[in-house]
Every structure is written in structure tokens, then in C-alpha cells.
Design a protein around this ligand. Structure first.
Ligand SMILES: [Zn+2]
Length: 47
């Protein structure tokens, strides 16, 4: 499965899950994707 966005991008408001550990991250419309709070991974897919 491929990943949709990376840390530092602004993929839009929504829920994303870490491609490494599955940690869910919710961000707002103008928020930059942070690194994963659990494992520091930088790739995410839409949840
Ligand atoms: Zn993670």
C-alpha cells in the first residue's frame, strides 16, 4: 500500500494514519503534517 503524504506537507483537514505504526493523526485545513508522535515516521496515508 502506498502512502499519501509526508511530514511538512499540507494535505488538508482530516485523519491520517502513520504508514509505519498506524498511529492516527488528525490535522486541520492549514496544518502541516507533523512527524508521527509515536514512532517519528514521516509518511502517512488517509485514514
Ligand atoms: Zn508511527
Amino acid at each position: 500500500m502506498s502512502c499519501d503524504c509526508c511530514t511538512g506537507e499540507k494535505p488538508g483537514a482530516g485523519s491520517y494514519s502513520c504508514c509505519n505504526c498506524g498511529q492516527r493523526v488528525d490535522i486541520g485545513k492549514n496544518d502541516k503534517m507533523p512527524p508521527c508522535p509515536r514512532c517519528n515516521n514521516t509518511t502517512f496515508k488517509k485514514a
